[in-house]
Write a protein that binds this ligand. Sequence first.
Ligand SMILES: N[C@@H](CCC(=O)N[C@@H](CS)C(=O)NCC(=O)O)C(=O)O
Length: 220
Amino acid sequence: MILHTADLSPYAAKVRMVIYAKGITDIEFDLDPSFRKGKFSEVSPLGRIPALDVGEGDIIPESEVICEYLEEVYPEPSLLGVGVRHRAEVRTLSRIADIYLLNNIFLALPQINRKHRIDAIRDMLMVQVTRGMGALEAHIWPNTKEDDFAAGDTMTIADCTLVPALWMCQNTVPNLDVPNPIEGNDKVAAYWAKIQKNAIAARVLDEMDRGLKARLAGTE
Ligand SMILES: N[C@@H](CCC(=O)N[C@@H](CS)C(=O)NCC(=O)O)C(=O)O
């Protein structure tokens, strides 16, 4: 299998974190930057990364779908949670990160350019990010131990979505001249401080830092 990916993409980072957490070693990474040139739709009709080639150009798009596919193909260790209620909570956390944080941040990114910024668009999207962060603060589990994760004491798909999403909150949102939305959300802030020390999370965060450096240097 081949994963079409890029260091900086938070959606691709989520899939890589699942791969690392599961210890999967037989997926090759393709870092071809053609998705940024609008040519990736020749590989995947959605034209977006991540995309998983499961053989001879048979493509699975969408990070959430790829993660569920990997969960079924490589069931151990499970990243879904234990029992139906816990699994629902894990999926809720993952969807908050994906839909209410990442999607709105992505739509706001063109507003980073102050010269072309439309404040009303930036503000509308940031209201949604703030609402999403408030919901995350309510749903994320309390963090009282060193080894706590977003939904208990083992890593789940919630962590794999949240880690890249919170990196985006910290590293891109302030460029819109609004505060980092993590600030003031104490449970999320405590989680974020702790999870960055986890080796699997740190690996993905290093890749995202490397991707940002390359983007800023124009060497991608
Ligand atoms: N909902 C998709 C979002 C994927 C996405 O937007 N990827 C970005 C990179 S982070 C992309 O490929 N953008 C290229 C484009 O929009 O043409 C997922 O979860 O995989």
